[in-house]
Design a protein around this ligand. Structure first.
Ligand code: C5P
Length: 251
């Protein structure tokens, strides 16, 4: 049933150290054009009129947050994260549930490391999820390339190499992204109930936890680039796109 009146909050886990991207700062603070990665992720959420508040989850050792314009925005609050992304998301959800104080509150969990997410995609996600809010949903992209399952074998030089064991059908396969949108209290309870599966790595995102609990989250195709900045090459690509966008806006 449609439920257009639920408050909508966002949780941005930003307590990671980004070890796969060599830099003096955690990756969420790297500059991309006019602002840093984390500020961009928050701005995309704040530009969506329906979003009432954003909880940014920071490392207990964070020393850079206070330099961001978002740190003085009245819609933005912080929470202290944990050792894993799941722990940080849980801390953010607890803050949302105590601030929003409304059982019907919906939450968008959005990685700080997705600096390019378009507000128009977030609006489309909200519109779709609010048609069946109990099930929730997420931004995602269809798998485009042919998929191969690899097997390790020893090549003639005696070293281990990947070779193809099988071609896997890509029909109906999608890449899960964020934001992922669910009822905040339901998601928090589900993550807590499945703590062991989260710790063992069997549950890697919010949607997976909700699937285990029997829900069928909606896949909403992201139309704008929405990749996560993990490696140096992702940062280079994001910078190229942002430079183009900012040049277009100035002209
Ligand atoms: O490391 P990865 O890119 O998978 O992290 C995804 C998101 O989770 C990032 O925004 C990162 O800051 C966040 N994270 C967190 N707490 C951790 C680990 C990661 O908030 N302990």
């Amino acid at each position: 049933m449609s439920d257009p009146h639920s408050p909508i909050w966002a949780v941005v886990p930003a307590a990671g150290s980004g070890t796969r991207l060599p830099s003096a700062y955690p990756k969420q603070y790297l500059q991309l054009g006019d602002s840093c990665i984390l500020q961009r992720a928050i701005d995309a959420l704040l530009a969506v009129e329906a979003v009432q508040g954003v909880v940014v989850v920071l490392s207990a050792r964070d020393s850079l947050w206070h330099k961001l314009p978002a740190s003085t925005n009245s819609k933005v609050t912080t929470a202290v994260g944990g050792a894993t992304r799941a722990e940080s998301v849980t801390a953010g959800l607890e803050t949302v549930c105590s601030l929003a104080q409304d059982e019907s509150t919906m939450v968008l969990v959005h990685d700080a490391a997705r600096a390019l997410t378009a507000s128009s995609d977030i609006r489309r996600l909200i519109e779709r999820v609010m048609l069946s809010p109990e099930q929730g949903g997420l931004l995602a992209t269809r798998v485009q390339d042919t998929l191969k399952r690899a097997v390790k074998s020893i090549n003639q030089a005696g070293s281990s190499a990947n070779t193809i064991a099988a071609t896997v059908s890509r029909d109906d396969l999608w890449h899960a992204q964020t934001p992922q949108m669910f009822r905040a209290s339901r998601l928090l309870a589900t993550l807590k109930e499945n703590q062991q599966l989260v710790a063992s790595g069997e549950i890697t995102d919010e949607a997976c936890a909700m699937e285990k609990a029997g829900y069928s989250p909606a896949l909403v195709e992201a139309l704008a680039p929405n990749f996560k900045i993990t490696h140096g090459r992702d940062l280079d690509m994001a910078l190229a796109l942002v430079t183009l966008l900012e040049k277009d806006q100035r002209e």
